[in-house]
Design a binder for this molecule. Structure first.
Ligand code: MLT
Length: 411
């Protein structure tokens, strides 16, 4: 008799963005004439930068020749891309990361989900609340969450770190000892950031407790203000305690092309039950070689092109376009009387829903009454209740129209 992984039975409902998509599909089917504007899932709309497309074409032609053909590539990524990442994302900021600390992959979602493979089931996990659901769900699947408490909407073995307007969206260091800490800044979903000083507190905590920080920096390219860390390795000591996740999805419009990377510093250690230190880089490399055959050559060439002068310029233009949308959303919602957070160093705008209704009720009303789709805050965790997320990744025309509809809306 084949038995299932019963941890899966502890998962709640379906994956957040699938639930949203299902609701929208149902409404669309019932109301085919309505023009629905989707500002829900953070999916980009601008075409891929020309420099990347040219690199893709060139690589496609290359693999069609006998001298340029590529079979299996290195599981960890081609040297040319790892080198470009090291030079542009780290060395340029005065950070020493070596090429063999970079692992190129097909997405930060997969990386954040897969990383749990190399950690003990007995680790205590801390997540901010609200949170990108992948961190939590993958720990549920791998048996670290314990039982779900329906009444409280939380898992018994997970340490939740509330991030709300009350604490200025700054998670408090846990009073108890935790082993794995998920941090995402600029934050998804709240769009808020952490200063170097605040982030340093986490690095210090992790050092003292031999914990590992899993740092999701997927939205780093959207930072507009000075003094906000673009990588956790800007913080002294972080290479001893942090794994960093980066993605080309939002930065370069690769949500459909698929390319990302993980940084696992070689000095990063975690421990056996007996307390023996092991290097996580070695474990992650072993896992990668076993379960992954690498990102395709042509996609890695496209990713490499994001670091050329033209690539950088074109990508910046796209990012500026989205940040202009963010401004339109933020200012428009404020004019409409909403309290709004984020949207300055992030493509996400986090708003307070009016008193007396839940995030999901607000979702339904917004969909049905003004035909705009967002993401309910409670879908990201219990402390997301009372909030709602809109993304700046739509087209400018749709963003303006959505905000005009909201401004004219008698809620
Ligand atoms: C989001 O909307 O939170 C993200 O687009 C989801 C993802 O990156 O997987």
């Amino acid at each position: 008799m084949a038995k299932i992984n019963e941890n899966f039975l502890e998962l709640q409902e379906s994956y957040l963005f699938s639930t949203v998509a299902k609701k929208v599909a149902k409404y669309t089917e019932e109301n085919p004439s309505k023009k629905i504007i989707k500002l829900g899932i953070g999916d980009v709309t601008k075409p891929i930068a020309k420099a990347c497309i040219e690199a893709l074409h060139k690589a496609v032609d290359e693999i069609g020749t006998s001298s340029g053909f590529k079979g299996y590539g290195p599981e960890q990524g081609y040297d040319f891309l790892r080198k470009a990442i090291v030079e542009n994302d780290y060395k340029s900021r005065g950070i020493e990361i070596s090429e063999d600390e970079i692992f190129v992959s097909d997405g930060a979602k997969c990386d954040c989900g897969n990383i749990v493979d190399i950690f003990s089931k007995n680790n205590k996990v801390a997540i901010t609340d609200p949170v990108y659901p992948v961190y939590l769900d993958t720990n549920v699947m791998s048996g670290r969450s314990g039982k779900y408490n329906k009444e409280k909407g939380i898992y018994e073995n997970i340490v939740y770190l509330p991030v709300t307007a009350e604490n200025n969206f700054i998670p408090e260091i846990p009073k108890e000892k935790v082993d794995m800490i998920y941090l995402c800044f600029p934050n998804n979903p709240t769009g808020t950031t952490l200063s170097k000083e605040e982030l340093k507190k986490w690095v210090d905590y992790a050092k003292q407790n031999k914990a590992i920080i899993l740092y999701d920096a997927a939205y780093e390219a959207f930072i507009t203000e000075e003094d906000i860390p673009h990588t956790i390795y800007e913080i002294e000591g972080a290479k001893d305690v942090a794994i960093e996740f980066k993605s080309f999805s939002k930065t370069a419009g690769f949500t459909g092309v698929r390319c990302a990377y993980v940084v696992v510093p070689k000095q990063l250690m975690a421990y056996t039950e007996e307390g023996k230190a092991e290097t996580l880089n070695k474990l992650w490399n072993r896992r990668t070689c076993t379960k992954f055959n690498g990102v395709s050559y042509i996609v890695q060439r496209a990713a490499e092109a994001t670091y050329t002068p033209e690539g950088k310029k074109q990508i910046k233009e796209n990012i500026n376009y989205y940040m202009e949308n963010a401004k339109i959303i933020k200012q428009g919602l404020e004019t409409a009387g909403f309290t709004v957070y984020g949207g300055v160093n992030s493509p996400y705008i986090w708003l307070k829903v009016p008193e007396g209704i839940t995030s999901w009720e607000f979702f339904d009303k917004l969909l049905e009454e003004v035909n705009v789709v967002g993401t309910p805050g409670s879908g990201f965790g219990p402390h997301g209740e009372g909030y709602f997320r809109l993304t700046a990744f739509g087209t400018k025309e749709n963003t303006i129209e959505a905000i005009e509809r909201i401004k004219n809306w008698k809620i």
